[in-house]
Ligand binder design. Structure first.
Ligand code: PEP
Ligand code: MG
Length: 585
């Protein structure tokens, strides 16, 4: 039995077998397979070889027709190696005698060949080392693809253990069989973590060397409240976690009873609690938990769940579904926020050196205007069906907001000419998630119809802490006085111009921070649906004046550590059992 500690990102306890997904680009651990699994590994190897030879034959034919036979000859060497028994025999032997995975055996044997070639005195052999490394990568990537495909059609209910997961991998999982996630890398606000919360499955990220030490079907406990993973738990540990899981279930049921009640403080301050969604289906859960609407719809997931760009009809159908499910409650549709850790296939093929500071979000949309206008048309059409607001992400300068609004007006004119219905007064707001927008919030408040503070990015950009990097996760602190001062200024600017302001970052769902937000004057919070009940419980037991006092004191500290300690202390006084039987994210 071994316990790995990581970052708790999505609550709940999973107990069951593992399915492991390695990232072949990083490392290929030596993993043993059971005797019964050897044939499967041999079959996987054969499939990967056939696919690799197919790829290479296609490339060879293309190169022969464009550059001539001589240039294409190199691919003859590649194809030859993939059918050479001197290479394939040792790979098959290793799988059989050492009972290792096909990935590991291919990696080792190709590596040995590369070493042999590299040590030869003749230059013409040494230049083949790169070719061998390429071949190895090609075969291994087909083996990895085979694993990823299997994950979409698993034949047992598993907790997925991976080096790292992208949001698009996470949304593609077989939801019937994937019941929890645990990764070696990642942070609380990485979008993979956000998807895990959306799917309502326990998840722990940043566990260090977890994945190399787990094999398919190893028994696991993944505790998404405490942020730990137990590999091969003993009987006693299993029994403890089963009891704990039951206690949490009962506690959750007791919280859900608050759904019908308002989030109102003991002195009558009303807090509007909305939900964040990535998929329209999440709306029923928000309503069930007593949320008043959707404060953030991350529409980029329409791109991440398909191979190609969604059409206007696909956008519109998704928005229409949301409006219908919300039945008169407000829907805030954020225009696509692609880039950084959420990328399409074409973005993945041209990776940026520093994607969080690159062509992401509104910048990407303003460079891809036809794509952007397709989405704007669909949002406007949906605005004719119910209360819809439109929100632009990652606005850093006024000119971006103006361009985005200009494009919306342009699309409005097209729709009007075509006689298509839309709401001409659809509110057009912006996320405040970079320091420049917060510092200039007074100017933005003159031109935006509303603000929503996105603390996931605001913290990342203010404190220079990568939100997806477990190594600096301890520095990602929304309670940092610099962040609090920015939020205070944004709220003031919004109030002066009398425009709505909310907060939709993940930390709005954490108990201590939400007290601060209310104390700073926020009255609308949008959080993952799972967080709504415990916020209701919290607000119904505090008074607004206390929140203001706490915020005033917190913002007066110079250090984030002092703020955090102070908040923990205040929260303990207000709610002796703040998060139920276990931690809670
Ligand atoms: C944020 O940055 O706080 C936010 C809500 O947007 P996202 O997490 O999608 O970047
Ligand atoms: Mg953001």
């Amino acid at each position: 039995m071994e316990t790995y500690y990581g970052i708790a990102v999505s609550p709940g306890i999973f107990i069951g077998p593992a399915f492991v997904l390695d990232d072949a680009r990083r490392s290929i651990p030596r993993r043993h397979v059971p005797a019964a699994g050897v044939t499967r590994q041999l079959e996987r190897l054969e499939r990967a070889l056939v696919k690799s030879v197919d790829d290479l034959s296609r490339v060879q034919a293309d190169v022969a027709s464009s550059l001539g036979k001589d240039a294409a000859a190199i691919f003859g060497f590649h194809i030859g190696m993939l059918s050479d028994e001197a290479v394939l025999g040792p790979i098959r032997d290793m799988i059989q005698s050492d009972r290792t995975t096909a990935e590991y055996a291919a990696h080792r044997v190709f590596g040995e060949w590369a070493e042999r070639f590299g040590a030869m005195p003749d230059d013409s052999f040494r230049t083949k080392v790169t070719d061998l490394n390429d071949l190895s990568a090609r075969v291994i990537s087909h083996l990895a693809g085979d694993r990823a495909d299997r994950l979409q059609h698993l034949d047992y209910s598993a907790g997925v253990v991976a080096t790292e997961l992208t949001p698009s991998q996470t949304v593609a999982f077989d939801r019937e069989h994937v019941h929890a996630l645990a990764t070696d890398f990642g942070g609380l606000t990485s979008h993979m973590s956000i998807v895990a919360r959306a799917l309502g499955i326990p998840a722990v990220v940043g566990c260090g060397a977890l994945s190399p030490n787990v094999t398919d079907e190893t028994m696991l406990v993944i505790d998404g409240d405490e942020g730990l993973v137990v590999v091969d738990p003993d009987e006693q540990t299993l029994a403890d976690f089963e009891r704990e899981r039951e206690q949490r279930r009962v506690y959750q049921l007791s919280l859900n009873e608050l759904a019908e009640l308002e989030a109102v403080t003991t002195d009558g301050v009303r807090i509007e609690l909305h939900g964040n969604i990535e998929f329209p289906d999440e709306i029923s859960d928000i309503i069930e938990k007593g949320g008043l609407g959707v404060g953030l719809y991350r529409t980029e997931f329409l791109y991440l769940t398909r191979e190609r760009e969604p059409t206007e009809t696909e956008h519109f159908e998704a928005y229409k579904k949301c409006v219908e499910l919300l039945d008169g409650r407000p829907l805030t549709i954020r225009t696509v926020d692609l880039g950084a850790d959420k990328y399409t296939q074409s973005q993945a093929e041209n990776p940026e050196r520093n994607p969080f500071l690159g062509l992401r979000s509104i910048r990407y949309c303003l460079k891809n205007i036809p794509m952007f206008k397709t989405q704007l048309r669909a949002i406007l059409r949906a605005s004719a069906l119910g209360p819809v607001r439109m929100m632009f992400p990652l606005i850093t300068s006024l000119s971006e907001l103006r361009q985005a609004r200009y494009l919306v007006h342009d699309v409005m004119e097209d729709l009007a000419e075509e006689g298509v219905a839309f709401d001409r007064n659809v509110p057009m707001g912006m996320m405040v998630e970079v320091p420049s927008a917060a510092i200039q919030s007074a100017a933005f408040a003159r031109e935006a119809d509303f603000f929503s503070v996105g603390t996931n990015d605001l913290v990342q950009y203010t404190l220079a802490v990568d939100r997806t990097n477990e190594r600096v996760a301890g520095l990602f602190n929304p309670q940092h006085p610099a962040v609090l001062k920015l939020i205070r200024d944004v709220v003031r600017s919004a109030r002066r111009r009398d425009i709505p302001v909310s907060c939709c970052g993940e930390s709005a769902g954490s108990l201590g921070f939400s007290l601060l937000l209310v104390g700073l004057g926020l009255r609308t919070l949008s959080v993952p649906s799972g967080g709504i009940p415990r916020l209701k419980r919290l607000f119904r037991s505090v008074d607004g004046t206390t929140c203001e006092r706490i915020a005033r004191r917190a913002i007066s500290f110079d250090s984030d550590i002092e703020v955090s300690a102070y908040l923990r202390d205040q929260l303990r006084k207000l709610l002796p059992d703040p998060q139920g039987p276990r931690g809670g994210v």
